[in-house]
Design a protein around this ligand. Structure first.
Ligand SMILES: Cc1ncc(COP(=O)(O)O)c(C=O)c1O
Length: 396
């Protein structure tokens, strides 16, 4: 096996080459190692591999060459020392959080969260004696005021799902560190190409690889990244002993997804910007949020923290749920779904899907109106998409 992970190459090059381990057959494409376990030449070698005295794979719940290639490629892209892959994005979020806390600890998180992340923090961690405070992520004073002597973890996603708010990672990381806590950032909406939380001071980054990293609607996956120490102290044992692991097959699909990530995300961002500009000010839309536009509520943070806008656009269709449903049912090309980051353009109605569990008051507090929809740009021609969206708006 030979490794190839040059640190000085640009992200596009790392996405194609980093982390590759070639077998003696010198295959071009990354090999898929569909194996659960490994054979040893002797009982002594088996003992030494198990104790870690000699390196090598032991069991695919926690190490497999295809998983390693995916983890190393992600680490090279993110500028992280270490990574661990998981079966889904939620497995990554849950393992990263559970690995950092014990009963009696406290978590501070921005309240604008993907529904399942909010469930894990508020309900799931609560079952094990971990308390939490949810704050307005854009208000630095609220992060500071929420700290208690038991605060161990700060958590945010930025841009947020679905309202695309953007929070100041460096400022929140400073508050976390002053409090003796660590910051974990869910970077799904930014992608590793547009925002680098570790470089901004975060301690841990998590992804749902199900979104842009696969990008073609095939497999679920997740990844947790940080320093070698962070991963060994907080993540390694959780994954190894509890087993929320990525399958080698899915790791292989995700590796192939990474090869085309930059081309897809660049094109999808350009399309999302064109869609935002075509819909802004439309008389059937009361509000439009796009991190690439000057009228974004945190445009100054976007400018300093992100390399480009987003592949997503959120907008509020007039007429509440009824108006939004008329619009969605009028679409011919854009698919109604709860997913995002795909080659196919997709649209989501958060109130009835991803954020259904929240009360109407909680949704109102987050700016998730009944008419809000989240558009995820695909790879179609932008003019076809704009035509489809404008035609469907006529039905409202
Ligand atoms: C911001 C964010 N985090 C985490 C997840 C969970 O990812 P997965 O569906 O791969 O478990 C999602 C899924 O939509 C998401 O949007």
């Amino acid at each position: 096996m030979s490794a190839f992970a040059p640190k000085n190459y640009r992200p596009e090059t790392r996405l194609v080459h980093a982390g590759i381990q070639r077998s003696e057959f010198k295959e071009i494409s990354e090999a898929l190692f569909l194996t659960q376990a490994y054979i040893y030449d002797s009982a002594e070698e088996c003992e030494a591999r198990f104790s870690g005295k000699i390196p090598g794979y032991v069991y695919s719940r926690y190490s497999n060459p295809t998983m390693s290639m995916f983890e190393q490629r992600m680490a090279a892209l993110e500028g992280a020392e270490a990574a661990r892959s998981t079966a889904t994005g939620m497995a990554a979020v849950t393992a990263a959080l559970m690995g950092q806390v014990k009963a009696g600890d406290h978590v501070v998180a921005a309240k604008a969260l993907f529904g399942s992340c909010r469930y894990v923090i508020e309900d799931w961690l609560g079952r094990f004696g971990v308390t939490s405070t949810l704050v307005d992520g854009a208000d630095l004073k609220q992060w500071k005021n929420a700290v208690t002597k038991n605060t161990k973890v700060f958590f945010m996603e930025t841009p947020t799902n679905p309202t695309l708010e953007v929070y100041d990672i460096a400022a929140v990381a400073d508050i976390a560190h002053d409090a003796g806590a660590k910051l974990t950032v869910d970077n799904v909406f930014a992608t590793p190409l547009y925002q680098s939380p570790l470089a901004l001071g975060a301690d841990c980054v998590v992804y749902s690889a199900t979104k842009h990293i696969d990008g073609q609607g095939r497999v679920l996956g997740g990844v947790i990244l940080g320093s070698e120490k962070f991963i060994m102290d907080h993540v390694h044992q959780v994954i190894r002993q509890t087993g929320p692991s990525l399958s080698p097959f899915n790791a292989w699909v995700l590796l192939k997804g990474l090869e085309t990530l930059s081309v897809r995300v660049e094109r999808q961002t350009k399309t999302a910007g064109l869609v935002a500009d075509a819909l802004a000010g439309h008389d059937k839309i009361s509000r439009l949020i796009y991190p690439g536009r000057k009228d974004h509520p945190q445009a100054d943070v976007v400018a300093t923290q992100m390399k480009a806008g987003s592949t997503l656009v959120a907008f509020e269709v007039k007429g509440g749920k009824e108006g939004a449903f008329r619009f969605l049912n009028g679409l011919k090309l854009v698919g109604i779904t709860n997913n995002l980051g795909d080659a196919k353009s997709l649209i989501t109605h958060p109130t009835t899907t991803t954020h259904q569990r929240l009360t109407p008051a909680q949704r109102a507090e987050l700016g998730i109106g009944d008419g809000l929809v989240r558009f995820s740009a695909g790879l179609e021609h932008p003019d076809d998409l704009i035509e489809d969206l404008l035609t469907a708006l006529e039905k409202v």
